[in-house]
Design a protein around this ligand. Structure first.
Ligand code: ADP
Ligand code: MG
Length: 462
């Protein structure tokens, strides 16, 4: 029985990991399915091969195992490559009469959906307690958006209306919006702030239409001091929702209430959006968040590690900042994964384990720096010939750059040791490994040497 194995408490990092997986599952399954089936699951314990959850009823357990265990497993496997199964127990204390009728699945579904509908009464979505201004790391790519958000949060009257934040996925739009809401809640507890996704706005609106309480819906939204709608691109192509949104928007702006919008594109580039709405959205301040830079990524990793009280080797942090370039969500996910893995397996975090644990993620973030690029750049830097670099000459002024080029090839590409050896004049993998270790040692003992490597690496990043 599962109950014997579920006594230990779950490590906070695994809880955090589960939270990140839940975000991905929401995206995969949609909000409604997520809330109905995944959210009620309680993470009980994790070991290298299995994960244990509790579900509120046997019916739910069966349903989840039949329909969602593959999705859940897929993401956990990223952290726990040896994972074999998901197990779900039924939480006896929470077992309701659903248990009794669980053979009748149709009735069961209705009951559950009804139960969930209750917590949708609240118009504003929950705010993430970690998404504050204090926890937001500012760098070149996001300084404008950050400054604008802070000004809006601190101002008693609307300065720019609307504030329109846009940028790619995982770059901090939601974080900034929550930060504004937290700030206003703290400084002006009586002001009414509503934050919700455009999807939820649409859901509320359709629901109001269905239950014929659109008057209440309008009142609710038009009586707020600050309205924030996240991911407004979601309502592209949804004509009636756009229409309603447009009216809500105008009513608020006309009454001098602050509106804050986010999207993945600039107002002008939003597709299937009414022209008058697009132009209206661009009236205030439009602030974009650019893709991250190496410095910002490193800064975020450091802040995150500090917040979790973790000591992570500097070279691993730099490696992550250099290699995970897609977005900040993936960067955080990568950090959590290696830490969770190290915690479970009881091994120190090193570049080697990081490469092993993040293999898939690193591949998808591949910058396509080739070994040839690296060889060329190193030769230019040390002013030697490629033919010398690939030769077997052991003169220090050639052997050292060769070791560096090999080291950088290991660091910056996803090639295996034998593959790298082959590209360096047919050296075997132990020679490659030896070079990598040597360079790591020199970096420790020689500041100037470490500096050279840094310059080379950055020049390859550019
Ligand atoms: P978006 O809404 O743009 O898709 P989010 O705001 O959800 O992105 O950010 C994704 C993750 O990255 C969140 O966990 C957020 O806290 C984190 N994050 C984004 N930008 C920063 C930043 N500048 N400093 C610290 N954390 C950040
Ligand atoms: Mg977001």
């Amino acid at each position: 029985m599962i109950t014997q194995q579920i006594s230990e408490t779950v490590h906070p990092l695994l809880t955090e990991q589960w939270r990140l997986i839940c975000e991905k599952l929401t995206q995969d399954l949609g909000d409604a399915a997520f809330k109905s089936w995944i959210k009620p699951l309680e993470l009980i314990s994790v070991n290298d091969e299995s994960i244990f959850f509790n579900a509120p009823s046997r019916f739910m357990k069966d349903w989840i195992l039949a329909h969602y265990s593959e999705n859940i497993q897929k993401y956990w496997k990223e952290v726990l490559p040896n994972l074999k199964k998901i197990e779900i127990g039924v939480n006896a204390s929470k077992t309701s009469y659903l248990e009794v009728i669980s053979e009748d699945s149709a009735q069961g579904v209705d009951e559950i959906i009804e139960g969930i509908d209750d917590n949708r009464e609240d118009m504003s979505a929950a705010l993430d307690s970690r998404f504050t201004f204090e926890n937001f790391v500012v760098g070149k790519p996001n300084e404008l958006a950050y400054a604008a958000a802070l000004r809006v949060a601190e101002s008693d009257t609307p300065l720019f209306n609307p504030l329109f934040l846009y940028g790619g996925v995982g770059l901090g739009k939601t974080h900034l919006m929550h930060a504004i809401a937290w700030h206003i809640k703290k400084t002006h507890p009586t002001r009414k702030v509503i934050y919700l996704s455009a999807e939820k706005f649409m859901y509320q609106f359709i629901r109001a239409l269905r239950f014929k309480d659109t008057v209440a819906f309008k009142d609710e939204f038009r009586n707020v001091d600050v309205l924030m709608i996240d991911d407004v691109q979601f309502i592209s192509g949804k004509d009636t929702t756009q229409e309603e949104f447009f009216h809500t928007f105008n009513a608020l702006v006309d009454n001098n209430r602050q509106v804050i919008i986010s999207a993945d594109k600039s107002p002008a580039d939003l597709e299937k959006m009414e022209e008058r709405l697009k132009s209206r959205l661009g009236w205030g301040l439009v602030a974009d968040i650019h893709p991250t830079t190496y410095e910002l990524r490193l800064g975020i990793l450091q802040a995150k590690a500090d917040a979790l009280g973790l000591k992570i080797p500097k070279d691993v942090m730099e490696f992550l900042a250099f290699r995970i370039i897609s977005n900040i969500r993936e960067l955080e996910g990568a950090l959590n994964r290696i830490v969770a893995h190290a915690t479970l397996v009881g091994r120190n975090i090193s570049i080697d384990t990081t490469q092993e644990v993040l293999r898939d993620l690193l591949r998808s973030n591949d910058r396509r720096i080739t070994i040839e690029d690296i060889q060329k750049r190193v030769c230019e830097f040390y002013n030697i010939k490629i033919s010398d670099l690939l030769s077997s000459r052991r003169l220090q002024n050639i052997a050292r750059p060769r070791q560096i080029a090999i080291y950088l090839s290991k660091l910056l590409t996803s090639k295996s040791l034998p593959e790298i050896g082959r590209k360096f004049g047919g050296r075997d993998h132990t020679t490659v490994l030896h070079s990598v270790r040597k360079v790591q040692e020199f970096c420790q003992s020689d500041r100037e040497f470490a500096n050279d490597i840094d310059i080379l690496r950055r020049s390859l990043e550019a």
